[in-house]
Design a protein around this ligand. Structure first.
Ligand code: NAP
Length: 320
């Protein structure tokens, strides 16, 4: 098998393709032959060595991928050899042509979803689902602002919210991104670079404000987010890359809540519920992961540069 190995933390070029022995499934384990790997911003934070979680070196990055089951150990009953699956983490890292997984990390991939799309299911869609439904408890009839709707989590959030009957306002930073957000089902699209973007969003809600904000860049937006919330509004901090000053009175005056989340900290029963919800949406066609760019596995360094650049357009995936 081929795998990206990181032998020291640092710049993207510390990721090199290496040959490694094929993986073997032990009891309660599954080996997946990977057809596509999903690239997430967190992969870059971990690779740089600046993230709270530091794997032992050397390691293989990545938690998202899709492919087929190539072998199973005893005790595995929910998938069979040859099944199409997506993975939600692994024991060995997903930037590779094979991954060794536990039973709960492997989930059936409906036939209507390609492998490249399957590589964009877990982190983006599970994060969006947890933020919208489990943290903010968004319900039909409410209005949600997906603040940063053109990337992996944002496109997923727009699709989930639209299918669930919320009014969706999405933001993007490029014209191409704005078109993409509208195509995913957003009722209204705003540029987050417009100086008057907050006023545009208030105007869309006839001055009432939004019930839920899913925030992809809290260190830039949290202060103004609080003033865009309706009474009883909830802002979920999904992405954050620094610090910001806020006026807590803006939250007090609206009975508002600021909710943090890290997908990795979600309890197993919540994660199981998320996978069930995502499977239904993938099967019925309301969820359709957007693949913006496919690159060969060896181009992982290029993918790590691209995922941090402005002008997001769905997911970047690596093909082993
Ligand atoms: P991505 O695909 O790179 O997308 C980034 C998004 O942020 C794009 O929509 C981008 O829009 C938008 N953005 C850029 N500048 C913005 C601004 N000033 N205001 C609002 N949005 C802005 O990344 P992703 O996978 O969607 O992840 C989004 C963030 O959530 C990342 O920081 C990631 O690390 C984090 N995340 C957190 C969790 C968790 O468990 N808490 C899980 C997954 C991801 P344009 O490029 O169009 O400007």
């Amino acid at each position: 098998m081929q795998a990206i190995r990181v032998r020291e933390f640092g710049e993207p070029d510390v990721m090199k393709v290496e040959e490694a022995p094929d993986l073997q499934a032990g009891d309660n384990q599954i080996v997946v032959q990977i057809q596509a790997n999903g690239v997430n911003p967190v992969d870059t934070y971990i690779r740089s060595g600046t993230y709270a979680v530091k794997p032992d070196l050397p390691y293989t990055p990545g938690s998202d991928a899709a492919g087929t089951v190539s072998s199973i150990g005893s005790g595995i009953h929910h998938v069979q050899v040859g099944d199409r699956v997506y993975i939600a983490g692994s024991l060995t890292g997903s930037y590779a042509s094979q991954a060794l997984c536990t039973a709960t990390q492997v989930h059936p991939l409906p036939d209507n979803i390609s492998f490249a799309q399957g590589a964009g299911v877990y982190v983006p869609f599970a994060t969006a689902y947890r933020g919208l439904f489990q943290r903010a408890k968004g319900v039909a009839g409410e209005t949600v602002l997906v603040h940063g709707a053109s990337g992996g989590v944002g496109t997923a959030a727009v699709q989930l919210a639209r299918a669930a009957g919320l009014t969706v306002i999405g933001t993007a930073g490029s014209e191409r991104g704005k078109t993409l957000v509208a195509e995913q089902g957003a009722h209204h699209v705003v540029s987050h670079h417009d100086a008057d973007s907050a006023q545009q969003i208030m105007d869309i809600t006839n001055g009432k404000g939004v019930n839920v904000i899913l925030e992809m860049l809290a260190d830039v937006n949290l202060d103004k987010d609080l003033r865009m919330l309706a009474h009883g509004g909830r802002v979920v901090v999904i992405g954050n890359r620094g610090t910001i000053e806020i006026n807590p009175r803006d939250a007090m005056a609206r009975d508002a809540a600021i909710l943090g989340m890290v997908l990795l900290l979600a309890p197993p029963e919540d994660i199981a519920g998320i996978h069930a919800g995502l499977r239904a949406g993938l099967e019925n066609g309301s969820l359709n992961p957007v693949v913006g760019q496919e690159l060969p596995l060896a181009d992982a360094p290029r993918a790590h540069v691209a995922v941090m650049e402005p002008g997001a357009y769905g997911k970047i995936v690596l093909i082993p």
